[in-house]
Design a protein around this ligand. Structure first.
Ligand code: HEM
Length: 445
C-alpha cells in the first residue's frame, strides 16, 4: 500500500509561527494553505498528530456518502459532547445511531412538522414583538433565546414553563462553554477535574435531565394528545414493537436542544446582518410576504422563494456548521490519495462554499444564484451536511428561519450599526458583534 505522500504537507513549523493568530481565528491560515497547496493538504500538529484538511467537494461526498461506512465521527462529538449531553443522534455511532435515526426520522418529515407550525409561529411572534425599536440591539442572544424556545415548544408545547426553558438553556449553554474550555485549554484538565468544575457542570446536567424526566412523566399520565414532538417520540416504535426507553429519550431531547438552537441562531443573525446591509432585499421580501399573505401557513412557507434563497445564500457565505470532521476505520484511497487507518479528516464547508471554481463572485451576496432548480448546487453546497448523518432538523430549521424573517420584515426594517460582518469560529461559526437597529415599518399596506 502506498503512503499518503501524494497529499501536500504543511509543516509543524508553519503551524507554530502562526499559532497566536490561529488560536484567535484559524480560518485565514487554512485559506492560505488551500491557496498554496491545493484543495487537500495535511497539517502536522506536533508529535505524531496530523490532520487532513480538505475543500474538495468530491472527497466530502466520498467520505460522507459513498463510503460512509468506513468513517466515524471523531471523539469530540462521540466522547466529549456525549460526556455532557449523552448519546443522542448527534453523538451516537454504529447500531445505536442507526436504530435511533430510523425511529426519530419520521417525526421530522414535513408532514409531521406541519402540526408544529402554529406553535412555532406563536413563539416567534412573541419574541419578535419584544425587540426594542430605535435602539442598538445585539441580535445573537435574542435569536438564541428564540431558537431555544422554538425547540422547547415544539417538543413540549404549553407543558413547559418560561422559567424551565430558561434554566434548560442556561445548562445546555454552560455545558457547551465548558466543552470549549476543555478543548482549548487541555493543560488545565487536572484543574477542571480536581477543582470541582467538571462536577459542577455534571450536576447541572443532572438537574436538566430531572426536569425533562418530570415533563415526560406528566405527559405519560395524561391520555390527551398534544401533537408535539414528545407525543411523536413517545408513540414511535422500534421494529420489534417496543418504544424508546426514558433515559434514551432524555439523551435525544438534550441533543435536539443542543443541535437545534445555536446553529439556527447564528444563521438568523448572519441573515439579518446581510439584509441590513442590503435593504433592497428587505423590500423585495416585504412584497413577497404581502403577495402570499392570505394563503395557509404551510403554503406560504413552500412559496416563499426569495426568503428561502436569501437564507440559502446566507448559509453559503456563513455556514453555521463550518467544519465537518470524520475518522476512517480502515485505510482508504481516493483519487490517488491514501489515508492510513485512523486519519482525521476535516472538511471546510466554508471554503467549499466560497470556492472560485464552483461559485461566480463567491464573496458577493447574490441570493438569485439559488433561484431555479432546488438541487442545482448540491455538488458543492453543504450547510446541513450530507449522507445518512445529514441534519435531521433541516426542514425544521428552514421553516423556523423563514417564519422569523417573514415576521421581522412584515413589521420592521433592519438598519446596520457596524460596517462589517465579523465572525467568531468556535464549535459553530458565530457572528461577532452582530448589532442592528430596528425601525418600525409604517405607512405601508
Ligand atoms: C441552520 C440551522 C442548522 C444547521 C446549519 C445544522 C447543521 C447540521 C449539520 C451540518 C449536521 C451534520 C453534522 C455531521 O455530519 O457531522 C447536523 C446534524 C444534526 N442536526 Fe442540525 N443544523 C441546524 C438545525 C438543526 C435543528 C433545528 C435541529 C433539531 C431541532 C437539528 C438537529 C440535528 C441532529 C439531531 C443532528 C445529528 C443527526 C445524525 O447524526 O443523525 N439541527 N446539523
Amino acid at each position: 500500500m502506498n503512503t499518503t505522500t501524494s497529499i501536500p504537507e504543511v509543516s509543524f513549523f508553519d503551524f507554530l509561527i502562526r499559532a497566536p493568530e490561529i488560536v484567535k481565528n484559524p480560518l485565514p491560515f487554512h485559506h492560505d494553505n488551500f491557496e498554496k497547496k491545493g484543495d487537500t493538504f495535511r497539517l502536522h500538529l506536533g508529535l505524531k498528530k496530523r490532520v487532513i484538511f480538505s475543500r474538495n467537494p468530491q472527497l466530502l461526498q466520498y467520505v460522507l456518502q459513498k463510503n460512509q461506512k468506513n468513517y466515524t465521527k471523531t471523539d469530540i462529538q462521540t466522547k466529549e459532547v456525549a460526556k455532557y449531553l449523552g448519546k443522542g443522534l448527534l453523538t451516537a455511532e454504529g447500531s445505536l445511531w442507526k436504530t435511533q435515526r430510523k425511529l426519530i426520522q419520521p417525526s421530522f418529515h414535513k408532514k409531521h412538522l406541519a402540526q408544529l407550525l402554529g406553535t412555532m409561529q406563536r413563539t416567534i411572534r412573541k419574541e419578535i414583538a419584544k425587540l426594542p425599536v430605535g435602539e442598538k440591539v445585539a441580535i445573537t442572544p435574542r435569536f438564541g433565546k428564540l431558537a431555544f424556545e422554538v425547540v422547547a415548544k415544539a417538543l413540549f408545547s404549553g407543558a413547559v414553563r418560561e422559567k424551565e426553558i430558561q434554566r434548560l438553556q442556561e445548562i445546555v449553554e454552560a455545558s457547551q462553554k465548558m466543552l470549549v474550555r476543555e478543548l482549548r485549554q487541555p493543560y488545565l484538565g487536572w484543574w477542571f477535574k480536581h477543582g470541582g468544575i467538571l462536577e459542577k457542570h455534571f450536576k447541572m446536567v443532572r438537574e436538566a435531565r430531572q426536569l425533562i424526566r418530570g415533563l415526560i412523566a406528566e405527559r405519560k399520565k395524561t391520555s390527551q394528545q398534544k401533537g408535539d414532538l414528545l407525543d411523536m417520540l413517545l408513540a414511535a416504535q422500534y421494529e420489534d414493537g417496543t418504544a424508546m426507553d426514558e433515559e434514551q429519550m432524555i439523551d435525544e431531547i438534550m441533543i435536539l436542544f443542543t443541535a437545534g438552537h445555536e446553529t439556527t441562531a447564528n444563521a438568523l443573525s448572519f441573515t439579518c446582518q446581510l439584509l441590513a446591509k442590503h435593504p433592497e432585499y428587505q423590500e423585495k421580501i416585504y412584497k413577497e410576504i404581502r403577495t402570499l399573505e392570505n394563503r395557509e401557513l404551510m403554503e406560504q412557507l413552500m412559496q416563499q422563494q426569495l426568503i428561502k434563497n436569501v437564507l440559502e445564500e446566507s448559509m453559503r457565505l456563513y455556514p453555521p456548521a463550518y467544519f465537518i470532521d470524520r475518522l476512517n476505520l480502515e485505510e482508504d484511497e481516493f483519487a490517488g490519495m491514501h489515508f492510513e487507518r485512523g486519519t482525521s479528516l476535516l472538511f471546510s464547508v466554508m471554503e467549499i462554499h466560497r470556492h472560485k471554481e464552483y461559485w461566480e463572485a463567491p464573496g458577493d451576496f447574490r441570493p438569485e444564484r439559488f433561484k431555479g432548480p432546488p438541487n442545482q448546487h448540491s455538488g458543492y453546497y453543504y450547510p446541513f451536511g450530507a449522507g445518512p448523518r445529514m441534519c435531521i432538523g433541516n426542514n425544521f430549521a428552514m421553516f423556523e428561519m423563514q417564519m422569523v424573517i417573514a415576521e421581522l420584515i412584515r413589521n420592521l426594517k433592519m438598519v446596520p450599526v457596524t460596517k462589517d460582518i465579523e465572525i467568531l469560529p468556535l464549535i459553530t461559526l458565530k457572528p461577532k458583534n452582530a448589532i442592528l437597529q430596528f425601525e418600525k415599518r409604517d405607512g405601508e399596506g
